[in-house]
Structures are given as structure tokens and as C-alpha cells.
Design a protein around this ligand. Sequence first.
Ligand code: ADP
Ligand code: MG
Length: 264
Amino acid sequence: MTTTPTPAAGDPAARPTVRCQAVTRVHPGGTQALRGIDLDVAAGEMVAVMGPSGSGKSTLLQIIGGLDTPSGGTVEVCGELISALSEARRALLRRRRIGYLFQSFNLIPNLSVADNVELPILLAGDGAGAARRRRGELLAQLGVAEHAAKSPATLSGGQQQRVALARAVANHPDVLLADEPTGSLDTAAARDVMTLLAEHHATGQTIVLVTHDHRVAAAADRVVTLRDGLVVDAVEVGPGSPPGLPPLLPIADPFSAVQPGARS
Ligand code: ADP
Ligand code: MG
């Protein structure tokens, strides 16, 4: 009964990038946020997680990302049992294999845009030259190169989320976790960020995305719905669905009225 983390000659698709089995989480104070989640995310897949506020979406994402630990059950990321690792090993796994995108961007305010993107590359142990090159490449790719020297707070929300995306993918993570990444953006900026995410997914990026917006979710391969800490529904959006965005938007739509944290 040994598990071999070595990527043997086998088929990489045989093992899901993320595997949650019977995951529960009781938060301090006694709230049972997750009641037994089983969820596999295949390599290259994009899964959208939906559900009302308080249904456990963020808790699940944080547990997959090793920012929180389950009370019961197991979580594997790339074959590593992240739920059983020491804090130090988890930090290492997070740094190398997982990218995060948050609703509130979470950029470091007293670092420049460029340094925000470069920092995780340096922390992962790459040399300064390589980090600078990668940073330049990402900022150009995401259309924010001209803002490199600025402080993040001087950028619009959409631009900050572009920078946050550059940071999130800087180390070529095996999985990108995004918690309502468009939740604090206006309609145009939200569409813009989703287009970039979809483009990134089209290059093979595995993504788990929490969203309240059905059109955002429609960019995913599969939509999983949580309620009271349980998966109550899982829908394939369609085999071979195009990697780009679904037809987004008549402009005057209710989406623009949805506030961050709004209940669905
Ligand atoms: P969602 O992201 O779907 O809105 P959350 O995962 O944030 O849901 O929360 C699920 C439940 O767990 C809620 O009842 C919430 O109040 C509770 N909760 C979340 N985080 C914590 C925490 N750090 N401490 C205590 N309770 C928490
Ligand atoms: Mg949440």
C-alpha cells in the first residue's frame, strides 16, 4: 500500500490534478462549512464552483490550496496528499504548484506591480535574471507592462486583477484557484479578466473557479454546485466546448447589479 509520487511512465491524465475525498471542515466556533465533499479535477479541466453565500465555496478552495486544512477526509494535489503535509511542506507545494486569484486582488501594496509578479518567482528559487524575464513576459502578455513601476493601488480593478493573474501563474502552477475573481469588477473588466482566464485555460491550465455568475461559470468545462457544504449538482458544460468564452452578454444585464458577496 505504498503511494508513489514519482510520475511514472503512466498516463498523466489517469490521476486527477485535484482529488477531494470525503472532505469535511468544521470551523472554529463550530460551523460545519463542508460536510463531505468528493471532487476530482482532471488535468487541464476548468471547474466552476457555484452555490449560495455560506455554502462552503471559499472554504473548499482554501482547503484545496493548502491555505486551510480539512477536519476530515483527504485532499491530493498532483498526487501529493496536501491535507496531511506539515505546514512547511504545504507552503512549498503552494509556492510551486498552486496559483491563487482572489476577489480583492491581494497585491502587496508597498511593492511595485513588477515586484508583485517577480516575488513569487524569486521565492520559488529561480534566479534574479530568470525572474525578471518571466515577469516582463507576463506583464506584456497581460497588457500591463506599461504599469510595471507603479504601485498597485494606482491601477483600476481590472488592471489589478491582470497583475494578480500574472502573479498567480508566474510559477506555472499545476492548478489555478480563483475565488470570485470578477466579483469586485464592473461588467467590462469582468469580461476582460474572464477572457484572459479562458485563454489561459486554453493553453492547458487546470482551473478551479468560484463564481456567482452563470456566464462566468459557462466558460468552465463543468459546473459544480454546493449547498450547505455538500455537492448537490454537477453539470458538464459540454465535451469539447470551445476554450474561449461563451457568447457573453447583452450589455444591460443583471450581472452588472450583482455585488460582491451577493447571494445567488
Ligand atoms: P462561501 O464562500 O460559499 O460564501 P465560506 O466557505 O466562506 O462560504 O463559508 C462557509 C461557512 O463557514 C459559513 O457559514 C461561514 O460563516 C463559515 N466560515 C467561513 N470561514 C470561517 C472562519 N474562518 N471561521 C469561522 N467560520 C467560518
Ligand atoms: Mg466565498
